[in-house]
Design a protein around this ligand. Structure first.
Ligand code: 6R9
Length: 636
């Protein structure tokens, strides 16, 4: 019998040991027993972290949508697959059964086909959190098209660069989106983006907010009439195990975003297996992950992981503060949510509003709580535990990345004793290592270092879209033979891991990864700006916020600084999106630089954090005198 569902700590250790000693045998058993294959593999694993090349289940054939949908139809056809909760609480929730999901996905797949999309083509999906988003994702997978979901909070510029990087052929979008009391003109953003995207052949538009939009002849099509005419039957394309399933962009520490590529079989096995265990999923649970499908958390734990297990998965269109800060708890009560998975930034924002919003809501259905996206601070952990879980629902602090496909370090609820701020133990099959700056592994407990993974796991990324060199440089060159995560971590006396944060130039703001380089590039486009540097500083709600140091050209120095601040944030909003706006902007005569001309971010970070006494050795700087000026004028 394979251990698809871990139930106690001894079993965890036993299965963990097996998964590490004999990974191939372990994963083969999981894959054999719990999935639908058109053809089984010839080889479980082939890997090399030098080249790097990773292949799982080579020779196998399958379609992930047959695993997410078709195989449930006989036993769960009338069970709710997607439970859609609209932005407006007075609009009815939609319970979309597996049978209905099957029909909707097939219709959408047929519409895509009719528009000329074939296996291997890239489709960009730029939609709010409405059922059509999940349906479009699955429809692409049905016909073997590679989906590239772009979070619908990104600007036209960011959207265009993602569309072009992966040569998408078609965009699925909506007229607009609802966000609390606001509406957002998504179609307008797409129109702007497409001015720079010559490869797009068609745009399919969902009518969500009934707004007036411009429909370009021959290019833009309302989706509903096409769906109405489409057949509800669509043969699933037979995919090879290592055929790409999707591309998802993530910020890098330098330059343009990286198109992370996930493939079919390994990703499916890993997301399904982690979902089942890390949320202790049981039939008839109602699972709610509050992330947006525009991020990896939504891909793996709203769509693929839950549906592969035949689970009911909630999709929420709105925001936690609308119509008031009790909205999450209303939804938990209304749909009797059993697992609730959210981000520390949301927990902190809710905690700030006090417990009154929780008091008249029945949260007794909750069995497991989850946290993801950034380190959870102790105060937020306890607030979550005391007020939401009432100390009865274990908190799984799940550490993972877009690149890892699924959760990597996490407690298993009711199995692993939790510890605030600790992601605790590696999941089955995961072999973490802490490395020192000389590239040596740090063995033993009560140590800290840079977090690497020694051995492949099925859900890991396979490459960066059309940039295998960058894939190698970013993840496999810092430590020989290891996958480098970019995070720092410590291991306590019992072997529990605590993630301490990024060690590169990625800053996590409200759970969103932001690279400093693209933001600096945007700022530097302002005609008055000569140079800029961005660092993070701790923020009560967002975890981190952005602090920008900006030097001006002569022409800018006489200008009103508050206006300049507004203009700089305006450019950032246009180029990247409002999530990347700077909280503080300090104008300075120069930036501290090393002799090789590198900006010393370490010092700027300390100043932004108000740690003026601890700036370290500044004597090696090219211009040590600027440190004093910057400290004196720091915005605290
Ligand atoms: C899933 C996701 C990845 C980065 C990661 C790390 C941070 C995520 C965390 C966490 C501490 C946790 N991170 N979960 N840090 N504790 N439980 O968030 O993917 O958007 O790619 O971000 O997020 O720094 O490297 P992604």
């Amino acid at each position: 019998m394979s251990h698809y569902h871990i139930k106690h700590l001894e079993e965890y250790y036993q299965v963990y040991r097996k998964s590490v000693r004999n990974p191939e045998i372990f994963w083969e058993e999981i894959a054999e027993e719990h999935f639908l294959w058109r053809k089984k593999w010839d080889k479980v694993l082939d890997w090399n972290f030098e080249t790097p090349e990773i292949k799982w289940f080579e020779g196998a054939q399958l379609n992930i949508t047959e695993n997410c949908i078709d195989r449930h139809l006989a036993t769960r056809g009338n069970k709710t697959a997607l439970l859609f909760e609209p932005n407006d609480p007075t609009e009815a929730a939609q319970h979309i059964t597996f049978q209905e999901l099957s029909e909707r996905v097939n219709k959408m797949a047929n519409v895509l086909k009719a528009k000329g999309v074939t296996k291997g083509d890239r489709v960009c999906i730029y939609l709010p959190m409405i059922p059509e988003l999940a349906v479009s994702v699955l429809a692409c997978a049905r016909i073997g098209a590679i989906h590239s979901v772009v979070f619908a909070g990104f600007s036209a510029n960011a959207l265009a660069s993602r569309i072009n990087d992966s040569d998408c052929k078609l965009v699925v979008t909506s007229d607009g989106s609802f966000r609390g009391e606001k509406t957002i003109d998504l179609k307008g953003i797409v129109d702007n983006a497409l001015e720079d995207c010559p490869g797009i052949e068609a745009v399919l538009v969902v009518n969500r907010i009934a707004s007036e939009v411009q429909m370009k002849d021959g290019m833009d099509h309302w989706l509903q009439p096409l769906l109405d005419e489409a057949s509800a039957e669509c043969q699933a394309e037979v995919m090879a195990a290592e055929d790409p399933l999707f591309i998802l962009y993530t910020s890098g520490s330098t330059g343009k975003p990286k198109g992370i590529v996930h493939t079919t079989a390994g990703y499916m096995v890993y997301t399904a297996y982690t979902f089942k265990n890390i949320f202790q999923y049981r039939e008839n649970d109602v699972f709610w992950c509050t992330a947006d499908i525009g991020w990896i958390t939504g891909h793996s734990y709203i769509v693929y992981g839950p549906l592969c297990n035949g689970a009911t998965t909630v999709m929420f269109e709105g925001v936690p503060s609308y119509p008031d800060y009790g909205r999450f708890w209303d939804i938990v009560e209304k749909h009797k949510v059993t697992q609730f998975y959210t981000a520390p930034t949301a927990i902190r924002a809710l905690a700030k509003e006090g417990v009154a919003h929780l008091q008249n809501r029945d949260l007794s259905s909750i069995k497991v709580l989850g946290s993801v996206g950034e380190p959870i601070n102790e105060e937020a952990w306890h607030w979550y535990d005391d007020n939401v879980g009432k100390r009865k629902a274990p908190i799984v602090d799940t550490w993972w990345q877009t690149e890892t496909g699924g959760i990597m370090i996490s407690p298993i609820p009711f199995v692993t004793p939790t510890k605030p701020t600790y992601a605790t133990l590696p999941f089955i099959g995961i072999q973490p290592a802490l490395m020192d700056e000389q590239g040596e592994e740090i063995k033993g407990n009560q140590v800290d270092g840079r977090l690497c993974i020694k051995f492949p796991w099925p859900g890991m990324l396979r490459t960066i879209w059309r940039n295998h060199e960058r894939f190698k440089d970013t993840y496999f060159s810092a430590y020989k033979g290891m996958y480098f995560t970019g995070d720092g971590a410590l291991r306590d006396e019992v072997g529990y891991y605590r993630i301490t944060g990024r060690v590169d130039d990625v800053i996590i703001v409200s759970g969103h990864n932001l690279g400093t380089a693209p933001i600096e590039d945007a700022i530097n486009e302002h005609p008055a700006v000569s140079e800029s540097a961005i660092v993070g500083f701790p923020h009560d709600i967002k975890g981190n916020a952005l602090y920008g140091y900006v030097t001006l050209k002569d022409s800018g120095e006489s200008r009103d600084h508050n206006n300049l601040r507004k203009e700089i944030n305006q450019i950032i909003t246009e180029q990247i999106g409002p999530i990347a706006k700077l909280e503080k902007i300090q104008f300075t005569n120069a930036l501290p630089k090393t002799r090789s001309g590198k900006i010393m971010r370490r010092i700027l970070r300390k100043i932004a954090q108000g740690e003026f006494d601890d700036l370290g050795d500044t004597s090696t700087l090219l211009n040590p005198e600027v440190v004093e000026e910057i400290s004196k004028n720091a915005i605290v």
